[in-house]
Design a protein around this ligand. Structure first.
Ligand SMILES: NC(=O)c1ccc[n+]([C@@H]2O[C@H](COP(=O)([O-])OP(=O)(O)OC[C@H]3O[C@@H](n4cnc5c(N)ncnc54)[C@H](OP(=O)(O)O)[C@@H]3O)[C@@H](O)[C@H]2O)c1
Length: 241
């Protein structure tokens, strides 16, 4: 497909990298010069173009701008009616996107994670998930959401990733002071956690790790008694507000 990217920042760069070698023709904006130049040098299918050229020569354009600057940048452009636009911008729902890109089609809002650069990534999406699947599956998995409220809830809940990473880093540091190869220790923990959750539902995993008096049960119960579950729920509630 002919794909365009306006805003070649952290997340757009990751998405472009994840599309490498699939026969697409990709135009990206020049700003964030180091990032855009790196993509051009890494991927023969990528070229830098000016913003209007990106709109005029693409079937699907992705918006990787910050929402506070996007209205002014986009208002200076002329969107073709047949163009499909997908936004990465947190805080903009499909209706808002439609006002920014008319008369082009506000096809979807998608929230990728930087891991999309290497694939096997979860993508939260509102709108035309068939279009997103056409572009990003089967390398990645698109999770279609019903409406903006559902996207807000997912955005809150996905933040559990950072505390999980923090817990893993802390456990790895603890382990690292007790073993001969700290890097191996961290690699072991990361693999253990990611593959275990990849293969089993979370509640089922807790149950499977619930051997009475076992290490897993004892540590979980210690942390629950210290307020882990209540703290998580309170933190999610704060994000929601
Ligand atoms: N980072 C994530 O993990 C993530 C995940 C999901 C969604 N998002 C959303 O994606 C959007 C971008 O986030 P980000 O983290 O990628 O931020 P970012 O790295 O700051 O990207 C924003 C990009 O917009 C560019 N830009 C600013 N003004 C421009 C203009 N007039 N013309 C062309 N490009 C212009 C910036 O270029 P300069 O660097 O030259 O200013 C930069 O490349 C945000 O709305 C965010 O909510 C981010």
């Amino acid at each position: 497909m002919k794909l365009g990217f306006i805003g070649t920042g952290v997340i757009a760069s990751a998405v472009v990298r994840g599309l490498a070698g699939q026969g697409h023709e990709i135009r990206i904006s020049a700003r964030s010069r180091a990032r855009s130049a790196a993509l051009v040098s890494e991927m023969p299918e990528v070229q830098i173009a000016d913003l209007q050229d990106i709109l005029d020569h693409s079937e699907v354009v992705f918006l990787g701008l910050m929402l506070d600057t996007a209205p002014e940048i986009l208002a200076a452009l002329s969107f073709p009616a047949g163009l499909q636009v997908v936004s990465f911008m947190a805080g903009a729902d499909l209706e808002q996107l439609a006002t920014l890109v008319a008369p082009a089609r506000a096809a979807a809002v998608m929230m990728p994670f930087p891991g999309i650069a290497t694939g096997a990534s979860a993508i939260m999406a509102l709108g035309d998930t068939a279009l997103l699947n056409q572009i990003f599956a089967p390398r990645n998995t698109v999770f279609g959401l019903r409406d903006a409220a559902e996207l807000d809830a997912y955005l809150c809940a996905q933040a559990v990733l950072s505390p999980v990473a923090r817990l893993t880093a802390d456990a790895a540091e603890w382990l690292g002071t007790r073993v001969s190869d700290p890097a191996q220790g961290e690699a072991f923990l990361r693999m253990l956690i990611s593959t275990s959750l990849g293969q089993t539902g979370a509640a089922d995993l807790v149950e499977a790790l619930n051997t009475p008096g076992g290490y897993n049960q004892r540590l979980r119960q210690h942390m629950e008694a210290a307020g882990m579950g209540a703290d998580l729920t309170a933190g999610l509630g704060k994000l929601e507000r």
